[in-house]
Design a protein around this ligand. Structure first.
Ligand code: NAP
Length: 536
């Protein structure tokens, strides 16, 4: 073990959150801050998710930082939805422009963090056995960074290659001439299928839960649109800050029942033609009224049946068991069309689950064997809590975070946990995070944390920690916000932790909306950090 100098702040992760947090603490507050990052470069989720077709579902002009006018004016996106390599170029540009890399330690995985009560500081331990101490510990570990590879018996015996989409090889994978099996049809799987299908000899898609998807209609941005964005970025930002989901479009103020069937159909057709996550904004009640949701669900299922030519495949793809958008709605580039190719087959593993993997492929419960050369696991993540619980975090009185969250995450505002002083989580469970356009949620969190730390230092406060009661009330409010929507109806969604065997079923993100959440956080700060205990 080597001792390192004490820092004001250690930040874990160099994605969107960690980069901006470093900039704020170092360049605005003048603190000593260091980012520890497991990867060999910046990018966070985009550093790891290099799977075929990886592209953001937020529109590029909204999937960026807004804190710097100069940055907004100098950066130019090329497509409606940015592809993974373009986002990596953007984040590297940001890191270089603000000279951030000199305070990022790459290839450094944090394994443990312990609060030292006597010294009022965190000791952070890395995989290499190094120790660092810091007054503030800020986790910027992302919500979707802990890969979920299902424990299918026999996986270690597979003679071919297998990959999880969230840990994709940097050199890419050549599927030419290969028989590929893909497990998973979430946002990731739906992006990967058409791209893999174009290269592989044959692609078998193993579907457990059929999913809605809206066409992305991705295209290069026109010079006119690029100019419009540059001239109107304050307005784009204002809209993103005013909406529940942080996207640059407003939700229509009409119910799906306010219009007749023909008009509703025309509205859905127009939304389908426009494409993207905006489809959800066609009516204000799609996520709160089941009968309103049914109208969208029926429209989308019909679209699937119209696109997919084989009736049996079309029936399987459109046999969707949850209301529209209660699982994160994917958007796609020719996903359903891919099933019209001769080299793509769909296998229903809801009715006939995968039983084991053999050296030569995948065997289903009824004994059917699918011979494969490559298996792609598009099986998602141990979301939100996974990345935090992978670190052995010990707070006050020797209490571990793993113990404190045994029955599910307990936070105040998704920003702090009782028993863990001076530890801040960016977009943690209990915050809007994954239910919103992430950069908007991230900027709000990072700025709130920065202002909070500035306040603590100005007032000579040495410890901040939420009270048990405040966390209790917030957890109740998070549950109530989810229950006011249709979101909990998708009982198998990762929002509930249902995709990871043994994980507590708790609705993790805050469904009350980003704009409302921002106001709550501002009010808490304005009332002298109400709900937090400030000591020192
Ligand atoms: P996901 O939504 O959790 O989907 C995982 C898929 O794998 C589901 O179809 C799931 O089926 C299936 N699966 C898991 N274990 C299985 C098993 N043992 N056997 C058969 N099937 C299994 O994960 P994801 O697609 O990676 O997406 C996660 C989130 O990342 C998204 O919701 C989104 O927030 C984000 N994301 C964003 C973008 C973007 O912006 N471009 C792209 C990709 C992902 P069940 O549904 O039955 O569990």
């Amino acid at each position: 073990m080597t001792a390192a100098p004490h820092l004001d702040a250690v930040i874990i992760g160099a994605g969107f959150s960690g980069l901006y947090q470093l900039h704020c603490l170092r360049d605005r507050l003048g603190l000593s801050a260091l980012v520890l990052e497991a990867g060999d470069g910046v990018g966070g989720t985009w550093y790891w998710n290099r799977y075929p077709g990886a592209r953001c579902d937020s529109e590029s002009h909204s999937y960026c930082y807004t804190f710097s006018k100069e940055l907004l004016e100098e950066w130019e996106w090329t497509e409606r939805y940015p592809e993974q390599p373009e986002i990596m170029r953007y984040l590297n540009h940001v890191a270089d422009r603000f000279d951030l890399k000199r305070d990022i330690r790459f290839g450094t995985r944090v394994t443990a963090a312990r609060f030292d009560e006597a010294a009022n500081r965190w000791t952070v331990e890395t995989e290499a056995g190094e120790r660092l101490t810091a007054t503030y510990l800020i986790t910027a570990v992302g919500c979707l960074s802990s890969a979920n590879v299902p424990r299918i018996p026999g996986i270690e015996s597979f003679a071919g290659e297998w990959y999880h989409t969230g840990q994709w090889p940097h050199g890419g994978v050549d599927f030419t001439g290969k028989r590929v099996g893909q497990i998973g049809t979430g946002s990731t799987g739906i992006q990967a299928v058409p791209v893999i299908a174009r290269q592989a000899k044959h692609l078998t898609v193993f579907q457990r839960t059929a999913n809605y998807s809206i066409p992305a209609h991705n295209a290069p941005l026109t010079p006119e649109f690029k100019r419009w964005v540059k001239e109107n970025h304050p307005e784009v930002r204002r809209v993103m800050h005013s909406t529940p989901n942080g996207h640059p479009f407003v939700i229509e103020d009409r119910s799906a029942h306010d219009v007749g069937a023909d008009e509703r159909e025309a509205i859905y057709e127009a939304a389908w033609a426009k494409g993207g996550l905006q489809f959800r904004a066609a009516f204000r009640d799609l996520l709160v009224d089941k009968s309103a949701n049914d109208t969208a669900a029926e429209f989308l299922k019909r679209k699937i049946r119209e696109i997919v030519k084989d009736p049996k495949t079309a029936a399987l793809l459109s046999d969707i068991d949850h209301p529209f958008a209660t699982k994160r709605p994917p958007i796609d580039s020719n996903y359903f069309d891919a099933y019209n190719r001769d080299n793509v087959a769909l296998v229903d593993v809801r009715a006939n689950p995968i039983e084991r993997i053999t050296p030569s492929g995948v065997v289903l419960r009824d004994g059917t064997e699918h011979a494969l050369d490559v298996i792609v696991f598009a099986t998602g993540f141990d979301a939100m809590t996974g990345p935090l619980l992978n670190i052995d975090i010990t707070g006050r009185d020797g209490a571990s975070l793993r113990g404190a969250w045994k029955a599910g995450p307990r936070t105040y505002l998704g920003l702090q946990m009782p028993g863990f002083p001076n530890l801040f989580t960016v977009t943690g469970p209990g915050s809007p995070s994954v239910l919103s356009n992430m950069p908007v949620a991230i900027e709000q969190h990072v700025e709130w944390i920065t202002d909070c730390i500035a306040h603590l230092r100005a007032e000579g406060v040495t410890r901040i920690e939420p009270t048990e009661e405040a966390a209790e009330r917030w957890v109740e409010h998070v549950n109530a916000a989810a229950n006011a929507t249709l979101l909990p109806l998708a009982g198998h969604s990762w929002y509930l932790g249902a995709n990871v065997p043994g994980k507590p079923r708790v609705f993790m993100p805050y469904a009350g909306g980003m704009a409302r959440y921002r106001q709550i956080c501002n009010d808490v700060a304005a009332k002298g950090y109400e709900g937090f205990r400030l000591e020192g």
